[in-house]
Design a protein around this ligand. Structure first.
Ligand code: ADP
Ligand code: MG
Length: 267
């Protein structure tokens, strides 16, 4: 069964329809790139998957999205729960005005996660009576490691997060997304504000994380989609042009628009 099923999704801002009757399925534990020219609806599609769109006034969504077979637009959907399961990594990191450590500890605390249980799932130091603080230390280390940041910050965990470079802040943002145990990670141009080396570090983490997470990211860099993605969703002016295995998409595009886009005829 696919992880996410988008069914006849249309989205308008006021009377401007920006996604037009999109239907597609997304398999789990893969990396999916959403590509297309600026303004074609990539961010809108991403935000529709954890109902972030409704933070905008004047937005109308029709159709539905199913995650693990359950409608997320159903009236009884618990939106907080949904956004925990489907994390969102924005283009620019906005660390909380607190320490590196507290940035990671914050999510599990406010969601009231069972920290002891999470820690025992990954910690080799099983058994014994671990005190609460030690558990949180292990948790923070775990997520900073998953985000590829631990080695760089382990000696200054209590320094303000704002002191980190932008590249490090973006990996801290990734650690925060991971810290509430999502299953799906939505990332909107997650490396576009970063230098090439930091961008590479984020890409490397994505490749590792896809073993356990479904990662859907927006990029306008075709080379990045080629490097990272297993599947491509190609949008053009609100239409879904192609939804295809990356290997197929780049070597044997079905649609003329895809051909024109990957050869640079249209942009
Ligand atoms: N909050 C909003 N209110 C009105 N129009 C919007 C809003 N957000 C995006 N749009 C418009 O919707 C279209 C698609 O936007 P977006 O999904 O951000 O595209 P992309 O991420 O591909 O650049 C654009 O024409 C954009 O101007
Ligand atoms: Mg966008």
């Amino acid at each position: 069964m696919s992880k996410i099923k988008v069914k006849q999704l249309s989205v308008s801002y006021g009377n401007h329809e920006v996604l037009k009757n999109i239907s597609l399925e997304i398999p789990e534990r893969q990396i999916i790139a959403v590509i297309g020219p600026s303004g074609c609806g990539k961010t809108t599609l991403l935000k529709s998957m954890n109902r972030l769109l409704e933070l905008n006034e004047d937005v109308a969504v029709s159709g539905d999205i199913y995650i693990d077979g359950t409608s997320i637009y159903h009236a009884e959907t618990d939106v907080t729960c949904l956004r925990k399961k489907v994390g969102f990594l924005p283009q620019h990191p906005y660390p909380l005005p607190m320490s590196i450590y507290e940035n990671v500890a914050f999510g599990p605390r406010i969601h009231g996660l069972d920290i002891a249980k999470t820690v025992s799932a990954f910690s080799k130091e099983g058994g014994g009576r671990k005190e609460k603080k030690r558990e949180m230390d292990l948790l923070v280390e775990h997520y900073l490691s998953l985000a590829g940041l631990w080695e760089e910050v382990k000696d200054r965990l209590h320094a303000p997060a704002a002191k980190l470079s932008i590249g490090q802040q973006q990996r801290l943002a990734l650690a925060r997304v991971l810290s509430v145990e999502p299953e799906i990670i939505l990332a909107d141009e997650p490396t576009s504000a970063l230098d090439p080396i930091s961008a590479k570090l984020v890409e490397t983490q994505f490749k590792i994380l896809k073993q356990n997470y479904t990662i859907i990211f927006v990029t306008h860099i075709l080379r990045q989609a080629r490097r990272l993605a297993d599947y491509i969703i190609f949008l053009y002016m609100g239409d879904l042009v192609e939804h295809e295995l990356a290997s197929q998409f780049f070597t044997e595009p079905r649609d003329k628009k895809t051909k024109d886009y990957i050869t640079g005829e249209i942009s």
